[in-house]
Write a protein that binds this ligand. Structure first.
Ligand SMILES: *[C@@H]1O[C@H](CO)[C@@H](O)[C@H](O)[C@H]1NC(C)=O
Ligand SMILES: *[C@@H]1O[C@H](CO)[C@@H](O)[C@H](O)[C@H]1NC(C)=O
Ligand SMILES: *[C@@H]1O[C@H](CO)[C@@H](O)[C@H](O)[C@H]1NC(C)=O
Ligand SMILES: *[C@@H]1O[C@H](CO)[C@@H](O)[C@H](O)[C@H]1NC(C)=O
Ligand SMILES: *[C@@H]1O[C@H](CO)[C@@H](O)[C@H](O)[C@H]1NC(C)=O
Ligand SMILES: *[C@@H]1O[C@H](CO)[C@@H](O)[C@H](O)[C@H]1NC(C)=O
Length: 462
């Protein structure tokens, strides 16, 4: 408006009004919701999208248009979802509380951004969803509904949940969000599979002995330890220098963990004060630390990681082809041979699980077969454009959509896989520029699952 000096006043006023009204009518940035149905978590993305699996779900940028191509209709939709944001696990919540106590007992100063710690009261719970985590799941149900709206008319999702309380509650919250978006009542959980020793559960790993115990169960931690020794010392020196403490490298990681967990403890998921103790670079290093844990603990970096996902992928192939499930891995054949607990002719499925299990499923599918193995001593990339990121794959309320498309003039249906809104290229089955493979080529590509992965190595003694 500065250059409009010669413009008649009235016109200038009109222009001014029409240019500024839409903006001032919107809520000021500070009070806009951090978590949203369409985009997920969007406050401070340069740090909050780098919290590994503790990130709140956000819509990951996709190189391929996520909308189905023209002349294609969705003919099948399924989601495998992680539970929503939670309090720390029981063992961690005790350790975090002790770390805060230690800082408060031994600090000689609380300067600058550390000032809040002086009177901070640790009161996080354990294991269960927080209100912000519940909202993530309500939003996720609405997100799914909005995406598949036209296709979903007259259909009810078949819903399975792993049996842990936070997963079951997540499934119910998802159904609530779905129902709200659909303006009608929708189904309930159809099958809940217990998480317990000796139970075959395709939504929760447990029974592959050599994966659960022994050397393979530790390689994720070992890779993380090497990276910790590299990235934490400078942070440790800075933090201890400011506080006058002698926090260990592990306690520095706990202090970083407290950023996502205290953010999740805010009912509206406002970025917490803990988050401001660290820089953008440090959050990228932390994200890489968490990614290493997933990659080597449960993904391609673990010789038996992908094998943990074959049970679920076998169920997915059965649903996609409407053919009886081929029993592999941790499938419970009693459940999966019964149409009441494993129907084959439904078109909409929703399953609820955990990050580690989903990491195994993504690996079993072969989605990251061409990803360079993660180095334990240098960050190669903190996202999937060049590498692998736990924040892009298994954040809280993560969702893997598998859809079929029926397209004009095509003899066969197509399959697409969309991980947190990012369309996967599916190079291994001839994925086209829309990320589509024909159903038969997709099934063919899943030979790892169809031949039982390395399940036989679960029980051999070495
Ligand atoms: C901090 O000091 C209090 C009071 O002396 C004590 O009860 C508590 O155990 C201490 N906590 C830690 C983590 O050292
Ligand atoms: C399989 O599922 C059935 C039916 O729920 C259950 O009774 C049985 O204990 C399960 N078996 C295993 C090994 O998980
Ligand atoms: C760390 O990476 C190096 C180089 O790839 C490898 O030789 C070593 O075994 C790795 N160590 C762990 C514990 O992951
Ligand atoms: C459970 O899994 C084990 C290991 O794969 C298998 O031997 C057993 O038959 C399965 N049980 C059922 C009920 O499917
Ligand atoms: C991924 O790699 C594994 C191990 O090399 C292989 O067995 C599997 O077929 C590959 N998956 C796909 C989809 O290419
Ligand atoms: C992904 O990582 C690359 C290189 O590490 C970086 O340049 C790019 O900005 C990142 N993209 C997103 C969306 O974070």
């Amino acid at each position: 408006m500065a250059s409009s000096g010669s413009m008649p006043c009235l016109l200038a006023a009109l222009l001014f009004t029409s240019l500024t009204l839409p903006r001032s009518a919107a809520a000021p940035t500070a009070t806009r919701a951090c978590d949203t149905v369409d985009d997920g978590y969007r406050c401070s993305p340069k740090t909050s999208h780098f919290w590994g699996q503790y990130s709140l779900w956000f819509s990951v940028p996709s190189d391929v248009d996520v909308d189905p191509p023209e002349h294609c209709d969705v003919s099948f939709a399924s989601v495998l979802s992680r539970h929503g944001g939670r309090d720390p696990t029981m063992s961690k919540t005790l350790l975090y509380g002790a770390t805060v106590g230690l800082i408060q007992n031994t600090s000689t100063a609380f300067p600058d951004e550390f000032a809040f710690l002086k009177d901070y009261e640790y009161n996080l719970g354990a294991d269960l969803l927080t209100d912000a985590g519940r909202q993530e799941m309500v939003n996720s149900g609405a997100h799914f509904y909005r995406r598949y709206k036209d296709f979903l008319k007259g259909k009810t999702p078949f819903v399975r949940s792993s049996g842990q309380a936070r997963v079951v509650e997540s499934a119910n919250k998802w159904l609530e969000g779905y129902a709200q978006a659909a303006h009608k009542k929708t189904g309930a959980i159809d099958v809940s599979i217990p998480e317990a020793a000796g139970v075959n559960n395709t939504l929760s790993h447990e029974i592959c002995t050599n994966f659960e115990d022994g050397p393979l169960s530790d390689i994720g931690n070992k890779a993380q330890d090497i990276w910790v020794a590299k990235f934490v010392p400078p942070i440790q020196a800075r933090v201890n220098g400011k506080l006058g403490t002698t926090l260990s490298t592990t306690e520095i990681i706990y202090l970083m963990d407290l950023c996502p967990f205290t953010t999740l403890a805010s009912p509206t998921a406002q970025i917490s004060d803990f988050c401001h103790l660290f820089t953008e670079d440090e959050w990228q290093q932390y994200d890489y630390y968490e990614s290493l844990g997933k990659w080597y603990g449960y993904g391609n970096g673990n010789p038996l990681g992908p094998t943990q996902g074959i049970g679920y992928v076998s169920e997915l192939l059965a649903r996609l082809t409407e053919k009886p499930v081929q029993v592999v891995g941790s499938i419970n054949s009693t459940l999966d041979k019964d149409f009441a607990t494993f129907p084959l002719h439904r078109k909409v499925y929703a399953d609820f699980s955990h990050d580690n299990d989903m990491t195994g499923v993504l690996a079993a599918l072969g989605l990251y077969n061409n990803t360079k193995p993660l180095s334990n001593s240098t960050i190669e990339s903190t996202n999937e454009t060049k590498g692998y990121s736990a924040a892009w794959t298994v954040p809280f309320a993560a969702r893997i959509y598998v859809e079929k498309l029926s397209c004009k003039k095509a003899k066969e249906e197509f399959v697409r896989i969309i991980v947190n809104d990012r369309v996967q290229p599916l190079d291994f089955c001839g994925g086209d520029r829309y990320g589509r493979c024909t159903l038969s080529k997709f099934v063919e590509s899943q030979s790892f699952t169809r031949t039982g992965g390395h399940w036989n190595q679960c029980f051999t003694s070495s």
